[in-house]
Design a protein around this ligand. Structure first.
Ligand code: HOZ
Length: 438
């Protein structure tokens, strides 16, 4: 399987480029970082996806996180089909929204009240507006290489697609907006403490991915999240956990349950919608009651709480809440993958680092450890490209960027992991020792 084998994908992409910026609806999908045309997907089933040229791929993108149960899961399909037969949008309250809110409040430890929106970006921008209103302060702290969607305050030294295409601070964000975003180093709470010292009583909130997933996967070092909690309490700022990636993935109650640290506000996306577009934000009652119409902090949406999206979300969350074996399976697969990478590193001496927490992880072409953006940014990009293409040759579909995490699903099997490790051994040989697959 190589680039020349994808004629239909290539044809579609040529047409797409005439119609859409970069031919895509989200930049990193364009394969700009890894070369070649993107592969156009026609269907998915379990842990695999199929492209328009008839190739089948073992999928570690999982729609960038949502597909924790795998593609076309029968429970989700049935729920969406039933909702579809009742109508697709009413712009009025439905019972499904109440059920969905109940599930989120029941599962996520720090969430007493929740508001449904349509994407992770909507969730984070709304949470920050609320934090600013509640504290009467303007500034927020983010982390270099972190990513919280594409709203203006977050496109300052951002990770994910912004870093991938080289615009971590996007044109179009006004200097006034950028001035209110202060950036610190992930896993270095001293840099956060310094910002509080420099800007006394001016910081409304710290927003942090409790496991960074948009500079590759970077776990929090012991004590890091605890220190952020202490700093926020001491300085009168709010702690926002952006659990768009980690929510319902690292535990039924997300990273906050896994690590036992409670934020004031939580933002959710991806898994919460079961593969359909939903975001959510929630937290302490006294804060959430400030949202309109209970309070004056405005936020709204025509399609918020959409019946199809809530049907998929409810089915997914209910499944996760009642099937703890999903998390056991994901941990087992993650351990097996990690053992395999550790053996490759030990036996072959490759200067690489495999970072993971539960079912999210990523490979850095850097002789570790990778604890933040400073390390992630200097990882070898050319080697990543060779690795990505070599894995593609072996039927493994990875995120086409070194600044994204990979995701396991409940549909992956131990055989899939072993096949992936075989592919990884061959791909690393090509990556480090030269030669091609073509
Ligand atoms: N920035 C998203 C993942 N971190 C990628 C979204 C997409 O291309 O679908």
């Amino acid at each position: 399987m190589s680039e020349r084998d994808f004629p239909e994908s290539r044809r579609l992409h040529e047409e797409a480029r005439r119609l859409m910026p970069g031919g895509v609806n989200s930049p990193v999908r364009a394969f700009g970082r890894v070369g070649g045309d993107p592969i156009y997907i026609s269907s998915g089933s379990g842990a695999t996806i199929r492209d328009v040229d008839g190739n089948t791929w073992l999928d570690y993108v999982g729609s960038w996180g949502p597909m924790i149960l795998g593609h076309d899961h029968p429970v989700i399909r049935k729920a969406v089909e039933e909702a579809l037969s009742r109508g697709t949008s009413f712009g009025a309250p439905t019972a499904a929204e109440v059920e969905m809110a109940g599930l989120i409040v029941g599962m996520v430890p720090s969430v007493d009240l929740v508001r449904l929106v349509n994407s992770g970006t909507e969730a984070t921008m709304s949470a920050v507006r609320l934090a600013r209103a509640a504290t009467g302060r303007a500034k927020i702290v983010t982390f270099r290489g972190g990513y919280h969607g594409h709203a203006d305050p977050f496109l300052v030294e951002a990770g994910s697609g912004a870093a991938t295409i080289g615009v971590p601070s996007s044109p179009g964000v006004t200097s006034g907006t950028a001035a209110d975003t202060l950036t610190a180093e992930y896993n270095d709470s001293d840099t956060v403490g310094a910002l509080f010292a420099e800007h006394p009583e001016a910081i409304a909130a710290i927003i942090v991915e409790p496991v960074a997933g948009n500079m590759g996967c970077v776990p929090p070092l012991p004590g890091f999240l605890e220190t952020l909690r202490i700093l926020c309490d001491r300085e009168g700022a709010l702690l926002i956990f952006d659990e768009v990636m980690t929510g319902f993935r690292l535990a039924p109650g997300g990273a906050q349950q896994r690590f036992g640290i409670l934020p004031d506000l939580t933002t959710l996306g991806k898994i919460v919608g079961g593969g359909l577009p939903i975001g959510a934000y929630g937290g302490r009652t006294d804060l959430m009651r400030q949202i309109a119409p209970d309070g004056p902090v405005y936020q709204a949406g025509t399609l918020s709480g959409n019946p199809l999206a809530t049907a998929a979300g409810i089915a997914t969350l209910e499944y996760l809440a009642t099937h703890p074996e999903v998390y056991e399976h994901l941990e087992l697969l993650s351990d097996r993958l990690a053992d395999g990478f550790e053996a490759l590193i030990r036996d072959q001496g490759y200067p690489i680092t495999w970072n993971r927490v539960g079912s999210m992880g990523s490979l850095f072409f850097h002789d570790g450890p990778v604890t933040g953006w400073t390390d992630a940014a200097v990882a070898d990009g050319d080697r990543f490209t060779r690795w990505f293409q070599a894995m593609l040759e072996r039927g493994i579909y990875l995120a086409p960027s070194p600044f994204e995490a990979g995701f396991l699903s409940a549909a992956h099997t131990t055989e899939d992991i072993d096949r992936t490790l075989d592919a990884a051994a061959g791909s690393l040989t090509v990556t480090f020792r030269g030669g091609t697959d073509g």
